[in-house]
Ligand binder design. Sequence first.
Ligand SMILES: C[S@@+](CC[C@H](N)C(=O)[O-])C[C@H]1O[C@@H](n2cnc3c(N)ncnc32)[C@H](O)[C@@H]1O
Length: 221
Amino acid sequence: MSEHPPIRTFHPRRGRMSTRHHDAHVALWPAYGITVTDGDREPLDLPDLFGRSAPVVLEIGFGMGDLTAAMAAAEPERDFLGVEVHTPGIGNLLALVGEAGLTNVRVAHGDAMQLVHRLAPGALDAVHVFFPDPWPKARHHKRRLISPGNVALLRDRLREGGRLHCATDWPDYAEAMRETLEADPALRHAANGRDGRPQTKFERRGTLAGRPITDLIYVRA
Ligand SMILES: C[S@@+](CC[C@H](N)C(=O)[O-])C[C@H]1O[C@@H](n2cnc3c(N)ncnc32)[C@H](O)[C@@H]1O
């Protein structure tokens, strides 16, 4: 029996890559890049991917990757797996990784939830979902990334005590996120507030527009 096509949490869009992004892509994609294909369930072995056994942070929808690169530079003892669908963001993160000589970042291109399916239960130390697309219209709410089904899958891939850190600048999405996270039977509320999270580009936009920022941090029981 064939699976239903996944509900998209993003508009497919390809931007132009600058020469800097293109050069970084040519140089680093073979070693640091992962193509995520819909329906591919081939297990992804994280120690094999990073060449060592270290705690792994998954960042979903890293945008231009500034924060991923900054966190990876600040925490060389952890590995960072970023996943994004937006092509210029992929090129930019690869360029930042090359310029800073980071070895603890891998860059996945495609749908985050398709990637998460390929990870082993308990494989992740943390999941970061910072300023996911808000899909403000009610008829689009089903596209929001923080949904009960996605949260259950993300929680399954976290180790015991691993953290799911979500942030948004949309008050009604914040409320829906809180309800969804609270309803998950194996997540416990740990903290509110940035908790060391640097500011992101979309957060700055939200703050400039006068929207409040909500951070929600839950741990897997
Ligand atoms: C509003 S932006 C936030 C970017 C960044 N986290 C920040 O705070 O500046 C959301 C990003 O999530 C990406 N995205 C949405 N759904 C995704 C998915 N299923 N898999 C990977 N990336 C996704 C979008 O392409 C977009 O770049």
